[in-house]
Design a protein around this ligand. Structure first.
Ligand SMILES: [Zn+2]
Length: 77
């Protein structure tokens, strides 16, 4: 993420797409992408998703996936 901010590619405020500022071309937002970006920015949606994930992690299958995720994180660090 921090690499992206240092590069010439800047995330569009409207749709979150990476815009090549050096290209000199005018960026046109995709309405579909913009909708996704706005949904992503909604705190309520995120909170709902988080509680949904916690509920999922409480199930047997979720616990297995959490174990896989933890294993994955340890492997990368
Ligand atoms: Zn845009």
């Amino acid at each position: 993420m921090s690499v992206m901010f240092r590069s010439r590619y800047m995330p569009c405020d409207e749709c979150g797409a990476s815009v090549d500022r050096a290209a000199g071309r005018e960026h046109e937002c995709s309405s579909e992408r913009r909708t996704d970006f706005e949904m992503f920015g909604l705190r309520g949606e995120v909170a709902q998703l988080e509680s949904g994930v916690r509920h999922y992690l409480a199930t047997a299958g979720g616990r297995f996936e959490a174990w896989l995720a933890a294993r994955h994180v340890r492997g990368r660090s």
